[in-house]
Design a protein around this ligand. Structure first.
Ligand SMILES: [Zn+2]
Length: 428
């Protein structure tokens, strides 16, 4: 169904989660014209809505809930989500293959109800090229905001993507270059990660470098997202004034997990968005549990399951305490990485509910909050008149059962109806 300015489309769901209020409302209607939400109001008033000569069309979804399209703040479109490491994808594939993969992942994402997502790190020009392909309509996908290759120290996490920069002058110049190429936000590897030449339990950049990156990015109105897998890096990212902290895991330099109350207090007092990425570990463990049901695990798999079970429990305990302390959580799957393919951001939203967010707050964390974190809440993220018509219709009521988020009845991106995963499957 193409977007059409001459059609006023009135959507009549059973319930509406508008992203503004704190519960699902009944008896509401939403009118869409072109790519915009034109009106939201009581269904009883929809009939008398002036269509200004436009053709009127009514779509009824009697058992469904309408909400804003989902926004995943953390993905890697170049990555396959089949367990291959970043180094393997660097060595085995080239940019042409990686870009094709990004196209496929973007299509899978929008079919699963994602209408906006951030690519938090792809190789070289891939993220920018994906955005150009989407803008030209060559590829079907959500709105994609890209960082380009993350800024990282020499040999630091994700260095192979092409974003190495050391020292104040080099990091400033790198930020300017990313903005010149089309970066919507800046991603920093503020600690090491899974990259073998990096150390996840140490801060990577000096505070002066981090502050210069944030200063340069903010001066160009670009938010900064920092990957932090240790407590030191979290505190330095807070000192530098980043906008969002990805992973945000409380590990000491020796690799041991320790809940740090002082850091927790700082996070709660700050306005910084935290992205726990707990769905990633859950996907890992669910996969291993499924294998376990079919055959005995190899010693290596057993070891991985054990380590993942421990770190998952630490993470859940940490974020449960942080939610009680009042931090701001934002949904980001980190999909493409590890064994987390594109198409199930819902699992990340559910993990935020498991950590203590109410169902409606977890839904907000996967719709409204990423838009706020990226500074684009004025145009997307909620169901309000004047905003882009990025809408999701799901069977049932997700504010009563989050599983409903997986039951898509319809997805609209900018007013255009998109083929859902289920519809794709039925087409064969
Ligand atoms: Zn990531």
């Amino acid at each position: 169904m193409p977007q059409d300015n001459n059609t006023l489309r009135v959507l009549l769901p059973r319930k509406l989660i508008d992203g503004v209020g704190d519960k699902a409302q009944e008896g509401m209607a939403v009118a869409v014209q072109g790519n915009t939400i034109r009106w939201v109001g009581p269904a009883s008033e929809a009939e008398s809505l002036d269509s200004n000569g436009a053709h009127r069309e009514t779509l009824e979804f009697p058992g469904s809930t309408l909400l804003a399209g989902m926004f995943d703040i953390h993905t890697h479109t170049n990555m396959p989500g089949d367990g291959r490491t970043g180094e393997q994808v660097n060595d085995d594939d080239n940019d042409e293959v990686r870009l094709l993969r990004s196209a496929r992942n973007a299509t899978a994402a929008v079919a699963s109800g994602i209408t906006t997502m951030c690519d938090c790190g792809s190789w070289n020009r891939n993220g920018f090229a994906l955005k150009e392909g989407l803008a030209e309509g060559i590829v079907e996908g959500p709105r994609v905001l890209v960082s380009g290759p993350p800024l990282t120290v020499t040999g630091g996490h994700l260095w192979y993507m092409g974003g190495e920069a050391d020292g104040v002058d080099a990091v400033r110049s790198r930020v300017r270059d990313m903005v010149k190429q089309g970066a919507d936000f800046i991603k920093i590897a503020a600690s090491g990660g899974s990259t073998s030449t990096s150390d996840p339990y140490r801060a990577a950049y000096s505070l002066t470098e981090l502050t210069s990156i944030v200063d340069e990015a903010h001066n160009r109105n670009r938010p900064v997202l920092a990957h932090c897998r240790c407590t030191d890096a979290i505190n330095m990212a807070l000192d530098a004034g980043v906008d969002a902290i990805l992973h945000c895991a409380f590990y000491d330099n020796d690799g041991s997990y320790r809940f740090d109350q002082k850091t927790a207090d700082r996070l709660a007092a700050s306005e910084v968005w935290l992205n726990p990425t707990m769905g990633l570990g859950n996907a890992n463990r669910e996969r291993l549990a499924k294998i376990q049901g079919e055959r005995a695990l190899t010693p290596e798999e057993e070891d991985r399951l054990e380590r993942s079970t421990v770190s998952g429990a630490n993470s859940l305990a940490q974020f449960s305490a942080l939610v009680k302390a009042g931090v701001k959580l934002v949904g980001g799957s980190d999909c493409g990485w590890s064994y987390y393919p594109f198409g199930d951001f819902q699992s990340e939203i559910m993990s935020l509910h498991a950590a203590g967010l109410s169902r409606i707050d977890a839904i907000h964390a996967g719709t409204r909050s990423p838009a706020a974190a990226l500074g684009i809440i004025d145009s997307i993220g909620t169901v309000e008149a004047g905003k882009e018509a990025d809408l999701l219709v799901v069977d049932g009521d997700p504010s009563a059962d989050l599983e409903c988020l997986r039951d898509l009845a319809a997805v609209f991106k900018g007013g255009t109806r998109v083929t859902t995963t289920k519809e794709r499957a039925s087409l064969g």
